[in-house]
Design a protein around this ligand. Structure first.
Ligand code: KG4
Ligand code: ZN
Length: 359
């Protein structure tokens, strides 16, 4: 505890990023260290779970030390260790969660297990990054990039493994009202990118190619691919039909992945289809539930076009829009601190015997 503030250490290893972070009160980030395995997995076109686990083992200790050093904090100053418990890759989760349990046990620091998906949503509560603890004294609300987000709100959670529409009734009471019945949005980005011979992860590659496309007003291209809907489930998503339509188009027209203009066109048309589906359901849900605030979360929330389009759609519908800083959209441990902080008062539970969960 530092001057009535709670200092949290976060640890995240659910997929292919080894991450550790030190945060204050689940809102202010002192350090956010991420060791990405992307370069290794890229050779295989996607994440290889066994390699991911081994790479986490190699650097979890170092990444955690870096996060503590960068924050200028020692383990003695940490009030709680928040660690991702699931969902994710089992071997990868086991490395980070077991490491966190050992640190907790050996140093007598309480452990707070964190759900990875809720952590993505809680990234919206992170307010800013500071360089040293002394900077806490100079913080005023004017320094914060966005005003604080309070429940109730609708959260569109779009990551590599999940696509859900959540009603956040309170920060710890969340109901999923819509979800994908097949591929997650990020997964669809990755699969389409692969078909276009773009490197893993596909999301940023599709985004770049779509941004570079010149003919953005051409309605025939905007509507090149379908917007799937799910019968009798107005808030659910389906992306497998869209993915098949893109693959069929590539085969039918024998698209050469070296034809940059064609890759840009397909990337743009695909992205428009995904975003139309995401936006229409999000706005519909907010309107029907009479909720005035909308937040975005998950790795796909790093996409600037999605951020801008949802912002515009919210403004047009008199809704307030929130989105985390881009650093806190893809997997990181600051968001794990933000979520863990909400569970600081679950004091009676002992988690040292707890285990990971997969989905
Ligand atoms: O949340 P995240 O880091 O990991 C999971 O929990 O799944 O999300 C990773 C996903 C990948 O599918 C990746 O392609 C996608 O997020 N992604 C993006 C962008 N950056 C990452 N998708 C679209 N545009 C981006 N800029
Ligand atoms: Zn994630």
């Amino acid at each position: 505890m530092f001057n009535d503030h709670t200092i949290l250490l976060g640890i995240e290893t659910s997929c292919d990023e080894t991450a550790a972070s030190v945060c204050i009160d689940g809102k202010i980030v002192l350090s956010n260290v991420i060791s990405s395995q992307i370069a290794t997995h890229r050779t295989y076109g996607g994440v290889v779970p066994e390699i991911a686990s081994r790479l986490h083992i190699d650097c979890i200790d170092y990444v955690t030390r870096c996060a503590l050093d960068e924050a200028g904090i020692s383990l003695n100053d940490i009030d709680a260790i928040c660690a991702t418990k699931g969902p994710g890759l089992s071997g990868a989760l086991l490395v980070g969660y077991s490491f966190a349990k050992s640190l907790s046990y050996a140093n007598g620091i309480r452990l707070i297990p964190v759900n990875h998906l809720l952590a993505h949503i809680s990234a919206n509560y992170l307010l800013c990054k500071i360089e040293t603890l002394d900077d806490l004294n100079t913080l005023t609300m004017d320094n914060f990039p966005s005003s604080a987000l309070n429940a109730p709100f609708i959260c569109l959670l779009v990551s590599g493994g999940h696509t859900s529409l959540c009603l956040v009734k309170s920060k710890t009471d969340i109901e999923i009202l819509g979800q994908t019945i097949d591929d997650a949005a990020g997964e669809a980005f990755d699969k389409v990118a692969r078909a276009l011979n773009l490197p893993y992860p596909g999301g940023p590659q599709i985004e770049k190619n779509a941004l570079d496309f010149n003919n953005k007003e051409d309605v025939s291209i905007i509507n090149l691919f379908p917007r799937g809907s799910v019968k009798d489930k107005p808030y659910d998503f389906t992306f497998s039909g869209l993915k098949s339509a893109v693959l069929n188009y590539i085969n039918k027209y024998k698209v050469n992945s070296k034809d940059i203009k064609e890759v840009q066109k397909i990337s743009y048309a695909f992205q428009e289809s995904v975003f139309d589906a995401l936006l229409s359901r999000t706005i519909l849900l907010a309107k029907e539930k009479n909720i005035t605030k909308v937040a975005l979360a998950g790795g796909v929330a790093a996409n600037k076009t999605l951020r801008m389009r949802l912002d515009t759609a919210c403004k047009a519908n008199n809704l307030q829009f929130f989105v985390p800083d881009i650093r806190w959209t893809t997997d990181n441990a600051a968001m794990v601190c933000a979520e863990g902080y909400l569970h600081l008062n679950d004091k009676n539970k002992s988690y040292i015997d707890s285990d990971i969960f997969l989905d």
